[in-house]
Design a protein around this ligand. Structure first.
Ligand SMILES: Nc1ncnc2c1ncn2[C@@H]1O[C@H](COP(=O)(O)OP(=O)(O)O)[C@@H](O)[C@H]1O
Ligand SMILES: Nc1ccn([C@@H]2O[C@H](COP(=O)(O)OP(=O)(O)O)[C@@H](O)[C@H]2O)c(=O)n1
Length: 230
């Protein structure tokens, strides 16, 4: 068995609002470079799923913190094998349900939840056995991996983000998804700033780029960091 060598694993930190392309672009970048991929939003979603399963009120911070004791979380970091489990239950599909999306921001604003998950993300990323790992979310460039050699804010206009998300769905669901996305971004941005690039963070605005161009733009930022123009 190969021993993971975290000291040599390059962390690529990517933040951005919902629908900016974080998951799909990060996954494609990881695939192209042979890196691992860590979707941090999935953990917030999985905890929200567990809270709903337990019938706990997601607005009750103490009860949410108590649910952390039973939060046995697993996520695959291979970009070709995306799977999320809580205990023995495969929740890969369930965590995308609208009821989970509607509950997740309340969970994500509890400081004890955030500190618990930040530690979990650091330990998962450190265990990745690949030359690099792309970690995406809302506070990766600022809190989870502020010292990462590559830090990117992936943005797109609200119009473009809503159009992309809507394109994944049917008529009625598309309209609801747009409204849900806007509401969730508003709630989330009160907790962490993922709309403005922190110092040293490179912005990639994909509003005018297609998917392949966005992937290339991110790979270029990574390549420039590894061999900076002198
Ligand atoms: N530059 C782009 N141009 C067009 N569609 C894109 C682009 N980037 C991402 N997408 C699509 O937009 C949708 C939302 O992307 P996703 O990766 O789920 O965003 P996020 O993880 O930031 O919420 C997906 O269907 C994805 O394929
Ligand atoms: N690093 C992160 C990642 C996600 N989150 C929370 O988790 C939720 C789901 O994240 P996600 O990345 O799956 O959301 P999408 O942008 O893919 O819709 C967000 O709405 C935030 O409330 C967070 O607070 N910090």
């Amino acid at each position: 068995m190969t021993t993971p060598d975290s000291a040599q694993t390059i962390v690529v930190a990517i933040d951005g609002p919902a629908g900016s392309g974080k998951s799909s672009v990060s996954k494609a970048v990881a695939r192209a470079l042979g890196y691992g991929y860590l979707d941090t939003g999935a953990a917030y979603r999985a905890l929200a799923w567990l809270v709903l399963e337990k019938g706990v009120d997601s607005e009750d911070a103490d009860a949410v913190i108590a649910a952390l004791d039973d939060f046995d979380y697993f996520i695959a970091t291979n970009p070709d094998e995306y799977v999320v489990r809580v205990g023995e239950t495969d929740v890969t599909e369930a965590i995308r349900e609208p009821r989970v999306s509607a509950a997740v921001s309340a969970i994500a604003r509890v400081p004890a939840v955030r500190s618990h998950l930040v530690e979990l993300f650091r330990s998962i990323a450190a265990g990745v056995d690949a030359p690099g790992v792309v970690v995406e979310g809302r506070d990766i460039t600022t809190v989870v991996a502020p010292d990462a050699p590559v830090r990117i804010l992936l943005t797109a206009s609200e119009e473009a983000r809503m159009a992309r998300r809507s394109a994944e769905l049917q008529d009625d669901a598309a309209a609801t998804a747009g409204a849900e996305l806007k509401k969730r971004d508003q709630a989330d941005s009160r907790v962490v700033d993922f709309l403005n690039a922190a110092e040293g963070v490179t912005t990639v605005d994909s509003t005018e780029l297609n998917f392949a161009e966005t992937v290339d733009a991110v790979i270029t930022v990574i390549a420039d960091t590894q061999s900076p123009v002198s």
